[in-house]
Each structure stands twice: as structure tokens, then as C-alpha cells.
Design a protein around this ligand. Structure first.
Ligand code: PLP
Length: 394
């Protein structure tokens, strides 16, 4: 009567969403201020004022039927031109509007890209820990997900293991830096190392291996960390970008796919992207937000609060005896579970109303993800709970 596969996906919502729902129920019982919900990557910093100012300006100045009407399937020309110009100026690249397909966020960018690339028996490499939806998106596109664990000490990609995992079926690898859930950022050296492996394997198998760079956290980096623009290091790179996190508008659903001219078969891939967008019902990303981001390129929400949260959390958990890789970006802390079973640790944390996400669904057991896109006050209030939890272990 219905698709079993879709039923299963719907019935077992993501672990993250389950915890988020639990938090809402629990808050109704003990009060919102007594729940320390670190589950969801929902930015708590408001969108910068320029977003609302732009919306008001667009409403006042643009014909309603243009602002709220359909754009071309690929997105509005002026928007795509502006994005190309902005990236060219920022990264010294030479993109054209024809390289861009506007989407409803990174999730749509990824599903469309994977559908556009997938052929029978194709595989996609996922570097664990990874955003759990990658598995759903890859399998949905008919690709087998081959998981390669990151280096346990640094949480950076293990290039030797990636080299071993690539085979004649490998169509693509998804790279996500700054990373959800670890917060790890790939520096230039790591990018070069990974690209060298991909180049070598492309030669060996005589076919392209596409690097899908999932970049919703590109701007969220702290201290001296920088995020290299991967298209400059590896020509078969397709970028899946989103404005969700940098502009704090995840609910408005806006992003893009970039297929540079240098990509092997670029025009054919772009046409397949258009086809996948059509098949998946994604043609025409939200029009008003296409125009909004055109006016807000290079702007971000005030990200300094995330950096303060990171510093406070890292110093707190380290003081208490927990260990984690200091995140250079995104807004997640990946903390080692003091017991082997991270799920059991999360259950114990729940006793103190601390809500973390166990790392099993990120493909990397033994850790918890702590999303620190929350108020600094909540982190302050949660410290006694962290202290009580630590006493159970150290
Ligand atoms: N990729 C990663 C790594 C994410 O963390 C997220 C959302 O949290 C997405 C993609 C989806 O982003 P969007 O809201 O733009 O669809």
C-alpha cells in the first residue's frame, strides 16, 4: 500500500530530532530554564539586521509578482551573477552565473548533486564522523555509502584509509569542513593531501572522482583558522553551499550548487543537476530569499558569541576531566564519552537534564556531539550539571 522504505525513514526520525522533541516535552515538566538542550544545530544568533532591512526594502521596491513569483528553474540570473562575482572577488576564481543552481539549502544541494551523479553500482565515500543525513541522501540517490573513519587522535580525514577505500565504483566523496559534528576544519595542508589521493586514484581508475564539498559552515571559523576554497585545489569539486548558518536563516531554505567549468563534464553535470532538481521537485529555490542573499553576500550574523561559547564549554569540560578535539569551526563540540557506549553516557547525562547526541549516527561511536549554538547563560547554568556528571566518572 505504501513504500516500506519511506515509512521506515518517516517512522524513525533522526536521533537529533528525537532528542530535540524530548527536550520540548521535558521542558514542559521541569521548566525550560532547567533543561540544557545541546541537541540541535539551530543557530541561536539572530540574522544580521541587513537581512530584515533587505526584506523590507524588497517588499517596498520590487513588484510583488517578481518577488513572490517563480524564477527560472536554476534561479534568478541577477542572483547567480552576484554570487559568481562575490566568489571571484573573494577567492580569485573565475565562475560565471552558468555554474550556479539555486537550491532550498544544503540538504537540497546535496540530494540534487548525488542524484545528478549517481549511476548503477556507484559508491560515495563518507568520512566519519559525518552529518547523518548523508547516508539517507546517498542511499536515496541509489548510491552505496562507504564509510571511512577519521584519524582517532586528530579527527582529520585518514588519507591512507580513504586511498584504500576508493575502488572502481567510487563516484564521489563528501567533504564537510568546518565539520558537523566535530568542528574540525581542514587546513590547506590537509586539503592538499586529500586532493593528492583523489588525483592519484582518478589516474589509476581512469575516471573522475568528484569531491562534493558541503559548506554550510564555511564562515563559522574561530581564531586563525581559515577554510581553503577547494575548487582551487581539485578540479573535480562540486560545492554544495547554504546560507542557513552564516546568515542564521535555516528555516528560509536557501543555498546553491556550484559546478565549475573545470569539472570534467561540467555542462553535462549541470544539465543533470537541472534534471535532478526537476525529478525531486526542487525547481526554483525560494524567490524572495534568492533576492535577499543577493544583497547580503559576505555578511554574517555576529558569530563572536559562538566563539565565546566554544571557549567556555571547552575549558569547562577539560577542567572536569572530559576530552575533546578543540573545534576550530561550526558550533559543535565532539566530546569523548567516558564510557564505551555513548548512548549509555547520554542517558546518564539526561539525569542532570543535559541533552547530548550520541555519535553512533555520525558513524563514529564513542563520542557525543554538544551543539553550542545556544545562549551563553544556558551554558553557565549547565555547568553544575556537567560537574555532577563528571563526578560519576572521574
Ligand atoms: N550539511 C551539514 C553538514 C549540516 O550540518 C546541515 C544542517 O545542519 C546541512 C547539510 C543541511 O543544511 P541546510 O539547512 O542548508 O539544508
Amino acid at each position: 500500500m505504501i513504500s516500506k522504505e519511506m515509512y521506515e525513514l518517516g517512522a524513525h526520525s533522526s536521533v537529533i530530532r528525537e532528542i530535540f522533541e524530548y527536550a520540548k516535552k521535558r521542558a514542559a515538566v521541569v521548566g525550560r530554564e532547567n533543561i540544557f538542550d545541546f541537541s540541535l544545530g539551530n543557530p541561536n544568533i539572530p540574522a544580521p539586521p541587513v537581512v530584515d532591512e533587505t526584506i523590507k526594502k524588497l517588499i517596498d521596491t520590487m513588484p510583488s509578482c517578481t518577488l513572490h513569483g517563480y524564477t527560472s528553474a536554476v534561479g534568478d540570473d541577477s542572483v547567480r551573477e552576484a554570487i559568481a562575482a562575490f566568489l571571484n572577488e573573494t577567492h580569485k576564481t573565475s565562475f560565471r552565473k552558468e555554474n550556479f543552481y539555486m537550491t532550498a539549502g544544503a540538504a537540497a544541494s546535496l540530494t540534487i548533486t548525488l542524484h545528478a551523479l549517481a549511476e548503477k553500482d556507484d559508491e560515495v565515500i563518507l568520512i566519519a564522523p559525518f552529518f547523518p543525513e548523508y547516508r539517507v541522501f546517498s542511499e536515496g540517490a541509489g548510491m552505496k555509502a562507504r564509510v571511512v573513519l577519521s584519524d582517532e587522535k586528530t579527527l582529520l580525514p585518514d588519507c591512507d584509509a580513504i586511498e584504500k577505500a576508493i575502488n572502481e565504483h567510487t563516484k564521489a566523496i563528501i567533504v564537510n569542513s568546518p565539520n558537523n559534528p566535530s568542528g574540525v576544519v581542514l587546513g590547506e595542508e590537509e586539503v592538499k593531501k586529500l586532493c593528492a589521493v583523489l588525483e592519484k586514484k582518478q589516474k589509476e581508475f581512469g575516471k573522475p572522482i568528484f569531491l562534493i564539498s558541503d559548506e554550510p559552515y564555511r564562515e563559522l571559523v574561530y581564531g586563525s583558522a581559515t577554510v581553503p576554497y577547494i575548487t582551487k585545489y581539485y578540479k573535480n569539486t562540486i560545492v554544495c553551499y547554504s546560507f542557513s548558518k552564516c546568515l542564521s536563516l535555516p528555516g528560509d531554505r536557501i543555498g546553491y550548487i556550484l559546478v565549475p567549468d573545470e569539472v570534467e563534464g561540467s555542462r553535462e553535470i549541470f544539465t543533470a543537476v537541472c534534471g535532478a532538481g526537476r525529478r525531486l521537485g526542487y525547481v526554483c529555490a525560494p524567490s524572495m530569499y534568492q533576492f535577499v542573499v543577493r544583497e547580503c553576500l559576505g555578511k554574517t550574523a555576529d558569530l563572536s558569541a559562538y566563539e565565546k561559547n566554544r571557549d567556555l564549554l571547552v575549558s569547562t569540560v577539560e577542567r572536569l576531566g572530559f576530552s575533546c578535539a578543540k573545534p576550530d569551526g561550526a558550533f559543535y563540540l565532539f566530546m569523548k564519552s567516558p564510557e564505551e557506549d555513548a548512548g549509555a553516557f547520554c542517558e546518564r547525562a539526561k539525569k542532570y537534564e543535559l541533552l547530548f547526541v550520541p555519535s553512533d549516527s555520525f558513524g563514529f561511536p564513542g563520542y557525543v556531539r554538544i551543539a553550542y549554538c545556544v545562549s551563553a547563560e544556558m551554558i553557565e547554568r549547565s555547568i553544575p550539571a556537567f560537574e555532577k556528571l563528571a563526578k560519576e566518572y572521574f
